[in-house]
Design a protein around this ligand. Sequence first.
Ligand SMILES: Cc1cc2nc3c(=O)[nH]c(=O)nc-3n(C[C@H](O)[C@H](O)[C@H](O)COP(=O)(O)OP(=O)(O)OC[C@H]3O[C@@H](n4cnc5c(N)ncnc54)[C@H](O)[C@@H]3O)c2cc1C
Length: 363
Amino acid sequence: MPDCIIVGGGAIGLLTARQLFLQGVDVLLLEKGVLGGESSWAGGGIVSPLYPWRYDDSVNILAERSKKIYPELCKTLFEETGSDCELINSGLFTVVGDNDQPEILAWAKKWSIDASFVDDADAIHAIEKSVGDVVDKGIWMPDILQVRNPKLVNALKASFDYLSIPYLEHTAVDEIIVENGKVSGVRTKQKTFFADKIIIASGAWSAQFSVTQASVNVLPVKGQMIMYKGAPDLLKRIVLSEGHYVIPRKDGRILAGSTLEKIGFDKSTSSVALDELHQAAVELVPLLADLPVERQWAGLRPGTEKGIPYICQHDDVEGLFIHAGHFRNGIVLGAASAELMADMILQRRPWCDAVPYSMTAAH
Ligand SMILES: Cc1cc2nc3c(=O)[nH]c(=O)nc-3n(C[C@H](O)[C@H](O)[C@H](O)COP(=O)(O)OP(=O)(O)OC[C@H]3O[C@@H](n4cnc5c(N)ncnc54)[C@H](O)[C@@H]3O)c2cc1C
């Protein structure tokens, strides 16, 4: 019998299970589909929240810690598996108005983030030569990383095989078994698995269990994305304006995202979204008008009202933990968030104040 069962094999479940396993916990990860096949695959992989100054400190604390973890994590994954997560420093240019400048620079100072306001056309083109006229002023953060998230989840999966971390794909958990206020296992169609500790890391589906329905406010928020087939170095920087962004990958592909749609568990793509994303991307980077759109897809983010994840034990069920609701930031928050979850499972002093991520905090 494992010590701990993790329900869900997205970035959050994978990072958590790996972290626990490396610290001697006997884990079993159960995934209803394939590892990393949902939101964690579909995202953009920016290792920063978009507009981070708009978030609560509890989100920024996790983001700042993760930024320090990723270089070492990706290096270790490469050494273990030969899989390159394509962690690169693209920097992030965010179009903002003059009035926002003081607040943003004060935020950057507080978090020791290199950020400057740039409104000179030559200086902007020195940062990124391919931007259009709409990019006329904004905040330049040169140290923002991106990871190619499908490659990150593949590398994590490969590390599970390399380290022999137990997991089962195509194994949906139908029920969390609770007896006398204490968790004792999970039921799947194939089998019942027993453990004293269960972590729900089921992304957008985290409120599906009867024990979480009333108490876990995580809802699916669809994000559609398109990808252009470009050439390396056509675009070098991540550029963001009014919620739309472009992300250059190492091989020249360029992602443009993303929509925010609260319409339930629907992963269909639409031509309306394609037009919206394409139009916004061409405004940001005019050369995209001439590149073919190679692919369009959608993923379901685990949405919470303020983007603050649940990283906590269930208030009413001993041994049941929730690790979900990372919304738009599951990659950037995930590495640090997994460390905090591991602290809780191992009953260690948490590396940061865990109260903001509890069930009773305002989610
Ligand atoms: C378009 C888009 C762009 C994004 N861009 C970024 C970005 O640039 N940076 C960033 O940090 N974040 C980004 N995100 C958000 C990020 O992708 C998510 O926050 C993150 O992937 C959440 O990880 P997760 O493991 O909680 O969820 P998921 O990856 O969805 O994993 C949950 C897993 O649980 C499984 N599961 C569900 N129910 C069960 C069950 N009953 N039994 C077993 N398994 C179950 C699912 O099959 C799934 O594999 C983006 C998301 C989208 C959609």
